[in-house]
Design a protein around this ligand. Structure first.
Ligand SMILES: [Zn+2]
Length: 73
């Protein structure tokens, strides 16, 4: 997955972006990734925030537990 922007939103320069360290924040069980870029042309910095759910497989797994109480009588 390539999230890197193609050009600088400030000066429009292509290929001059330096990716910096990505920060991660956990808010309400979700993981937010904050990407930082630095433009070597105009020396501006900008961020991109991406929501990355911590538990994708965690949705309604209660239905799988519907085992009908089929015990021996
Ligand atoms: Zn720039």
């Amino acid at each position: 997955m390539n999230l890197e922007p193609l050009f600088c939103p400030y000066c429009g320069a292509e290929g001059s972006l330096e990716e910096m360290e990505t920060s991660a924040m956990e808010i309400d069980g979700d993981l937010w990734l904050i990407y930082h870029w630095y433009c070597e042309q105009c020396q501006e910095q900008f961020d991109k925030v991406e929501l990355s759910p911590l538990s994708i497989d965690d949705s309604d797994d209660d239905d799988l537990f519907d085992d009908d109480d089929d015990m021996e009588r």
